[in-house]
Write a protein that binds this ligand. Structure first.
Ligand code: ZN
Length: 587
């Protein structure tokens, strides 16, 4: 057994999340965490909503609400959506907590004390009409490198180069079109080049990462620059230095505060569960492992910047929290598109998690993401493929096997029948299914979930073939052999159900009960309303008791367990849903 930190990317709280978001970070991290717990590891899975930064401020201004009101709204929406998907966070919190502010300020102060934070005077843009700071990405102009006329102040989407807003030709505000003024402003920068050698040496030891992540990270280290970690903004974590802490116009940059969330959420979890020091077991024990899950646009923060922060806080001078572990692996997924197009809320190429869960089961989406999601290539979600996978694989493959084996046993025996002498076919099938605990488990452990669920479904196919070949419905005259075949089939169904539990936890719980099982098979997260540990406000979190539930192992079924005729576990989707959903997209 070992301790495993599952650090899951923080969804930004400026709106509801769509299925592209949860395919990148949510479902893969949950499959991994569920499997690791079932295999006996001590998992701590943490995340929360990312709630600071300019886009929140700008959107709140546009809606005439405070940033706090805006993030309160979307924090709750996102918590409910992730709950609906059954994502088993030990703690899903938010970045506006008193605890998070303390931890962020502690890391900032520690990095400063260790000499890795430098002050610099830079040019900042302000809006002449409001006097407020105009953030980089709200400035548009012509790219000085490629001439593209809609480059953003932080980056040109045409040539991909990073830009500073004052480099743009003919800069203009995207909010109201006016020309920004550039004024001198003082900011703090993280001295990233100071970590280049340590980062390279560390990446040399990361042999089992996905090759694209390693290569991308190495290229980033080649031209590291100091990176601003403060901003001219009122909404965010105050700067914890003497001359700065009371200033209301300067805040810690949102990306710097958000990556620290993995640590602050672990500390909040420990404080909430009665042992405030318990987080150290996942962050300081050299044997503990840390896996970080995200979409590929976030690799830089997890393979370069967050490790730099951890290294810089851990030495040379010891800081209050002590030295902190580097990530074991950065597990990045690629992009999901929808009907051949990039997800876009403004262009309505989108299906939000909430709308999806109103019309379809969570496990149908979890299945699609696992078997056809963007694990190592950009992939496309289409409604016809979603329907085909659901109907041909979940319903006709797995659901049908569950249904026909349990209903035939219920009808003919009213219970799990006892097995007589086993034939060579019987023992071969049982051995083949049991081998899945190794093969499927190893694949999940190596973040090859697509191969893992494909293997599990291949085993399901073998059991279906056994069932058809043995044809127990033709054995009415030989009740003993019929009982043996059904016993073998039900044993195989139970083992397959365990193999599929990390992917399909809701269905797995139902199938466990259809087989006469009681108690919790696949534990689920709960929404709890909690009080802030520092300031008395309340907010919803996801937490759960995941110490219960079925283990990753073969368990003998018990002859004589009462069975009832099952109702279908998965829903077949009518052909009409494809056109209905496509019409929604275009409306
Ligand atoms: Zn360009």
């Amino acid at each position: 057994m070992s301790r495993v930190l599952a650090a899951v990317a923080w969804p930004y709280a400026n709106g509801p999340r769509h299925i592209g978001h949860v395919s990148g970070f949510g479902v893969p991290s949950d499959v991994f965490s569920r499997y690791m717990r079932m295999a006996g590891h001590d998992v701590l899975m943490v995340s929360g909503t990312d709630e600071h930064g300019t886009p929140i401020q700008v959107q709140a201004d546009a809606e005439g609400v405070t940033p706090r009101e805006l993030v309160d709204r979307y924090n709750r929406v996102i918590v409910e959506d992730l709950h609906g998907l059954g994502l088993s966070y030990d703690l899903f919190t938010r970045t506006t907590t008193g605890n998070h502010y303390q931890v962020v300020q502690e890391l900032f102060a520690g990095l400063y004390d260790n000499g890795y934070i430098i002050a610099r005077t830079t040019l900042g843009a302000i809006s002449p009409s409001t006097g407020r700071t105009l953030p980089d990405r709200y400035i548009e102009g012509t790219c000085p490198i490629c001439g593209y006329d809609s480059a953003r102040g932080d980056q040109c989407d045409n040539c991909g180069n990073q830009l500073d807003p004052e480099q743009l030709i003919n800069p203009r505000s995207k909010i109201n079109g006016e020309t920004p003024q550039f004024v001198e402003t003082e900011h703090f920068f993280l001295d990233l080049p100071a970590f280049a050698d340590q980062l390279n040496a560390w990446l040399d030891t990361r042999e089992d990462w996905r090759p694209n992540v390693l290569k991308f990270s190495r290229n980033l280290i080649d031209d590291l620059q100091p990176r601003a970690i403060t901003r001219d903004l009122e909404w965010g974590v105050p700067i914890p230095l003497e001359a700065w802490k009371d200033r209301t116009d300067k805040r810690i940059y949102v990306w710097f505060d958000a990556v620290i969330g993995y640590l602050s959420a672990s500390i909040e979890w420990a404080r909430r569960t009665g042992d405030p020091e318990a987080w150290r077991q996942w962050w300081q024990d050299p044997q503990a492992q840390g896996y970080y899950f995200m979409g590929k646009d976030n690799i830089v923060f997890h393979s370069v910047i967050w490790p730099s922060i951890l290294l810089g806080y851990s030495g040379p001078k010891p800081q209050a929290l002590g030295a902190l572990n580097l990530p074991t692996e950065v597990v990045s997924s690629e992009y999901l598109t929808m009907e051949g197009k990039k997800f876009s809320s403004s262009r309505r190429v989108v299906i939000y998690v909430r709308d999806f869960l109103e019309r379809y089961d969570a496990d149908a989406l979890r299945y699609f993401i696992a078997v056809a999601g963007p694990e190592s290539n950009d992939t496309d979600f289409t409604w016809s493929e979603f329907r085909r996978r659901n109907n041909d694989e979940l319903v006709a493959g797995w659901g049908n096997l569950v249904n026909r084996s349990i209903s035939m046993a219920a009808k003919n025996f009213g219970e799990i029948p006892a097995a007589g002498e086993l034939t060579a076919e019987d023992t071969a099938l049982l051995a083949s299914v049991r081998a899945g605990f190794d093969t499927v488990g190893q694949l999940i452990g190596k973040h090859r979930q697509k191969a893992a669920i494909t293997e599990a479904m291949r085993i399901v196919g073998e059991v279906n073939k056994y069932f058809s070949d043995q044809a127990p419905w033709k054995l009415k005259e030989d009740k003993a052999r019929m009982g043996t075949v059904l016993h073998v089939a039900l044993q195989a169904v139970q083992d397959c159900n365990t193999l599929l539990t990390p992917f399909l936890p809701h269905a797995a719980q139902r199938i466990h009960e259809l087989l006469g099982g009681t108690g919790v098979h696949a534990p689920m997260p709960e929404i709890r309303e909690v009080e802030d540990l520092e300031n008395g406000t309340t907010y919803p979190v996801l937490m759960g008791d995941y110490t219960v539930g079925t283990r990753w192992e073969h368990v003998e079924i018990e002859a004589g367990t009462a069975l009832q005729a099952p109702t279908p576990v998965f829903k077949k989707l009518d052909e009409s849903i494809v056109e209905e959903e496509l019409a929604r997209l275009q409306s």
